[in-house]
Design a protein around this ligand. Structure first.
Ligand code: FNR
Length: 184
């Protein structure tokens, strides 16, 4: 039987990113029926509407093709100034354009994020959900997945060690797959 395809992305370019660690943990906890590919966005140019029609970058097209081929996605966003990082917005802008060729429509999307602070990217996640809803993604409402106080839950080697968070990720996956199976 074909696997259910998911892509994942962390909204950070930083090597030691706790959100990269989180998306790695999400991949590690993916159910057996899921194939999960982590996307990299570090080679994307800055979005420029002058080139989106005539000269759409191959790097953006490759990412877009993977999103289109997947049934769902999980995005782990850092919180920057109570919103999402510019690099993540840039990725979403490229992959939603040109007009009429939005890769996100109908995709089941789970939003998560990790921060060292107490509110665990709650504000960034809601900004991200707003964008994804506009793009007509099927954004998972519950359960929410906030990884706060990440310094106590993710090791310096980038390994998620917190048992309660791992259990929560398993429930997150269950809800995402239920939504995929529900169809539209
Ligand atoms: C931050 N950080 C931060 N943290 C937070 O909880 N709320 C916030 O609004 C911000 N704002 C913010 C702005 C900028 C420009 C930077 C660089 C950082 C801290 C941030 O959560 C922390 O650096 C994380 O480790 C970033 O995620 P990655 O790169 O580790 O995945």
């Amino acid at each position: 039987m074909d696997k259910i395809k998911f892509v994942g992305i962390a909204g950070s370019l930083r090597k030691a990113s706790i959100n990269k660690a989180l998306i790695g943990a999400v991949k590690g906890l993916a159910p057996a029926e899921v194939s999960f590919e982590i996307l990299e966005m570090g080679n994307l140019p800055l979005f420029d509407q002058d080139v989106e029609m005539a000269n759409y970058p191959k790097e953006a097209q490759a990412l877009k093709d993977k999103i289109v081929a997947a049934q769902g996605a999980i995005i782990a966003t850092p919180e920057y100034n109570r919103s999402i990082p510019g690099v993540l917005k840039n990725f979403l802008d490229w992959t939603s354009r040109p007009y009429g060729h939005n890769a996100w429509a109908g995709k089941v999307v789970g939003v998560t994020g990790a921060s060292g602070g107490a509110i665990g990217t709650a504000l960034a996640q809601y900004h991200l959900k707003n964008i994804l809803l506009y793009l007509n993604a099927r954004v998972l409402g519950q359960p929410e997945l906030y990884v706060n106080n990440a310094g106590q839950k993710i090791s310096e080697q980038g390994v998620l060690t917190d048992v309660a968070t791992k259990e929560h990720i398993a429930k997150f996956w269950e809800a995402l797959l239920a939504e995929v199976r529900r169809g539209v």
